[in-house]
Design a binder for this molecule. Structure first.
Ligand code: ADP
Ligand code: DP6
Ligand code: CO
Length: 357
């Protein structure tokens, strides 16, 4: 008997680094956030997830599987299951409407995924990872869904993943419906709207973080008083200022809101009980280096931001590359001694540097 056909689709997805951060769930089951957020999607030239999804009636195991960076990964978690369920149900609807379609929804799924950057280290691997997983399966199933519709599914895998289905400047609108059907990604501006934007990524540590984003934000919601002020006052204001800054291509404002929002987010982590510290001495040296660069320039030409990890992302404009990148490594090199020179990447490209130490 001929072997049953193997159906296969591959895709890559980029990371996105928030400039107004998502931190807090109002509904952990549906993965609905306590606040809206806004990010810049980085180019896939350097940091990306590559995911292949396949299915076949010949696959002996009846269960779905995921190989992540070469090792079997647990997919029994409710969030991954929710993604698979939503994708299968959309495929089933297509199959129900057209009997000539192969019944892919009934076959086990095999996902093979690889991140070409540190996983679970505060560089948005869950964002690129779940965006790639959802799109790979959607491609495999030939779903007609738009990026916004797929963002609803990716959000259930990891909140930040919904923003990685779009390039450019992307908002995740928190929504107010109980079923989460309006909590999805929304394009604020294409990358081409502000193509001079650059991001430099400094890997202070590639190690897996001690407290995952999921667990950290739940501890913050449960114990931090400062957090309440962040979601009711700080973030709504930052969202408004940030959208205006992006529309107007006002880098000084973009930078100030980015740095203030990162500081506010890490302050709520410190206010969590017991406190969570994602930033380390190298991160703090990076903050000082950015301050020195801006002081020397007499204006704000660089902005730091840190996700849930010690690694620093510096946003700047192409015209300031020499001042920012050159000075950054000079200053940080002498203070920390653990960084090597990097070329700044193009457009919303990024470049990753391993620490020397
Ligand atoms: P990060 O800061 O890297 O986003 P998180 O704590 O948010 O860290 O999430 C890390 C988790 O995301 C990993 O432990 C893994 O479960 C999941 N993840 C990362 N990359 C992928 C991928 N390519 N495919 C599926 N899941 C992934
Ligand atoms: C600090 O999206 O990783 O990077 O929804 O629990 O998977 P889960 O969390 P995740 O949290 C990201 C937190 C952040 C800020 C951001 O990306 O907006
Ligand atoms: Co994450």
């Amino acid at each position: 008997m001929a072997e049953a056909k193997v159906y296969r689709a591959s895709t890559t997805a980029p990371v996105n680094i928030a400039v107004v951060k998502y931190w807090g769930k109002r509904d952990a089951k549906l993965n609905l956030p306590t606040n809206s957020s806004l990010s810049v999607t980085l180019s896939q030239a350097d940091l990306r997830t590559l995911t292949t999804a396949s299915c076949s009636s010949s696959y002996s195991a009846t269960e779905d599987s995921l190989i992540l960076n070469g090792s079997p990964s647990d997919i029994t978690g409710a969030r991954t299951q929710a993604c698979f369920r939503a994708l299968r149900s959309r495929r089933s609807a297509l199959e129900a409407a057209d009997a000539s379609l192969p019944k892919l929804s009934a076959m086990p799924l095999r996902i093979v995924s690889e991140n070409n950057f540190p996983t679970a280290a505060g560089l948005a691997s869950s964002a690129a990872g779940f965006a790639a997983l959802v799109r790979a399966v959607a491609n495999l199933y030939e779903l007609p869904d738009s990026p916004a519709e797929l963002s609803l599914i990716a959000r259930q895998g990891s909140g930040s993943a919904c923003r990685s289905l779009f390039g450019g400047y992307v908002a995740w609108r928190m929504g107010d419906k109980e079923d989460g059907s309006d909590s999805l990604a929304d394009l604020v501006a294409e990358a081409s709207h502000w193509p001079e934007m650059r991001a430099l990524i400094l890997v202070a540590s590639a190690a897996k973080k001690g407290v995952s984003s999921t667990s950290g934000m739940q501890q913050t919601v449960a114990t931090s008083g400062l957090f309440k002020q962040r979601i009711t006052e700080v973030v709504p204001k930052n969202m408004e200022l940030m959208e205006k800054a992006v529309q107007a291509k006002d880098f000084a404002s973009f930078a100030e809101v980015t740095m203030r929002d990162s500081n506010s987010f890490h302050a709520t982590c410190a206010d969590t009980y017991p406190p969570i510290f994602y930033m380390n001495d190298v991160s703090r040296a990076a903050v000082r280096a950015v301050e020195k660069i801006n002081e020397a320039a007499g204006q704000t030409i660089a902005a730091y931001t840190f996700d849930a990890g010690p690694n620093c992302v510096v946003y700047y404009l192409e015209k300031d590359e020499a001042a920012v990148v050159g000075t950054f490594y000079k200053v940080l090199g002498s203070e920390v001694g653990g960084w090597k020179e990097s070329a700044a990447a193009h457009a919303t490209d990024i470049s990753v540097e391993e620490p020397l130490a």
